[in-house]
Design a protein around this ligand. Structure first.
Ligand SMILES: [Zn+2]
Ligand SMILES: [Zn+2]
Length: 125
C-alpha cells in the first residue's frame, strides 16, 4: 500500500457536488473535509484527516447534532457504501444550509401535525 502522508495544511479541493473551490483557510480547523456551501464531503477518511478510506464516494449531509459542549457537528452518509461519519462544522459553513438540514425532520414530520393539537387539548382536560 502506498500511504503518502500529505500533511499540507492549506489544501484546496473542488467540491464534487456543487463545484465550489474549497480551501481550508477560514475554516477554523485543519480538517476541512466538507464543502461550506452544500456541506457535501467525499469518503476519504476513516479517522478525520487520515485519508485511509479508499471508497471515494460522495458523502451527503443527512443531519446535524449537538455535542456535549454545544458544538455542532454534521452527520455525513456515503452515497456509495453507506458509511456514516460525524464532522465538526467549520467556521465558514453556510448557516442557512446547516439550519435547513437541522429542521428537516421538523418540517416533514412522520405524522400529521394535527395530532399535536389533539395532544394539547388532551392536556387541558
Ligand atoms: Zn459543494
Ligand atoms: Zn464510502
Amino acid at each position: 500500500m502506498n500511504k503518502s502522508k500529505n500533511k499540507s495544511k492549506n489544501s484546496t479541493f473542488t467540491c464534487r457536488v456543487c463545484g465550489t473551490i474549497v480551501s481550508s483557510d477560514g475554516a477554523g480547523t485543519e480538517h476541512r473535509n466538507h464543502c461550506p456551501v452544500c456541506l457535501s464531503s467525499v469518503h476519504l477518511d476513516v479517522e478525520p484527516g487520515d485519508r485511509a478510506a479508499d471508497c471515494g464516494g460522495v458523502m451527503e449531509p443527512i443531519g446535524v447534532w449537538v455535542r456535549k459542549n454545544g458544538e455542532w457537528a454534521v452527520i455525513h452518509r456515503c452515497k456509495r457504501c453507506g458509511t456514516l461519519s460525524s464532522n465538526r462544522i467549520a467556521a465558514d459553513d453556510d448557516p442557512v444550509k446547516l439550519m435547513s438540514i437541522a429542521v428537516k425532520p421538523l418540517a416533514s414530520p412522520p405524522f400529521p401535525l394535527e395530532l399535536l393539537n389533539r395532544y394539547s387539548e388532551f392536556e387541558k382536560k
